[in-house]
Every structure is written in structure tokens, then in C-alpha cells.
Ligand binder design. Structure first.
Ligand code: SF4
Ligand code: SF4
Length: 99
């Protein structure tokens, strides 16, 4: 397991780390949610902790830095930044019903 706080500090220096759920539950705000294709995702394919752009750029801190990365739809606001920042186009925004 990784130390997320220290990982952010190493990568971003003094930039403030986002806090999951700061804006409250966002699950129902958007009809579209990011879906990760693990056949394309770099760490999922390689089994090695690399890339994680989705984790790094998510403004809601709802993507895990795990293999494979997982997204907490309860707090994801559907902004699509993770999709834009994925270097291999492994993320697509799809209509997902949140229960
Ligand atoms: S940005 Fe794309 S390739 Fe990189 S970890 Fe996220 S889903 Fe995988
Ligand atoms: S759509 Fe936005 S809030 Fe949701 S996981 Fe991607 S970057 Fe984070």
C-alpha cells in the first residue's frame, strides 16, 4: 500500500492535496461516469505502479492509487478530467446509474 499524503507531497510539493468528499456526495450530479478499461490501463496491464495520471489529476481525490485504479462514484462529479489526462485513452465517460 502507498502513503497517499507523502506521494502527493513528493509529486506536487506544496500544492494542497484535495480531500475526498469536500463538496459532499456528488454521485447523482452527472449522468456520466468514468469507466476504466483495464485492458488498456498501464498499471493494470503491467502490474506495476506507473502512470496514475487519473489519481494525480482528479480534483475530488476519488481515484485510488491501486492496481487497477478504482473510482468512488459516490463522490465523482463526472468532470472527465481523468479521461482527458489518461495517456492511453483507457477511460471513457459512460452513462451509469448510481444506486
Ligand atoms: S491515467 Fe489511464 S493508464 Fe494511467 S492509471 Fe489512470 S486509467 Fe490507467
Ligand atoms: S470524472 Fe472527475 S471527479 Fe470523477 S474520477 Fe474523473 S477526474 Fe475525478
Amino acid at each position: 500500500m502507498t502513503d497517499t499524503k507523502n506521494d502527493y507531497q513528493k509529486i506536487l510539493g506544496s500544492v494542497q492535496k484535495p480531500v475526498k468528499g469536500e463538496a459532499g456526495k456528488t454521485g447523482s450530479w452527472s449522468p456520466k461516469k468514468p469507466i476504466i478499461d483495464i485492458e488498456k490501463c498501464i498499471p493494470a496491464k503491467s502490474g506495476k505502479p506507473s502512470c496514475f495520471n487519473c489519481w494525480l489529476y482528479c480534483p475530488e481525490a476519488v481515484v485510488s492509487r491501486t492496481i487497477p485504479p478504482k473510482i468512488d462514484f459516490d463522490y465523482c462529479k463526472g468532470c472527465g478530467i481523468c479521461m482527458e489526462e489518461c495517456p492511453v485513452k483507457a477511460i471513457t465517460m459512460e452513462e451509469v446509474s448510481i444506486e
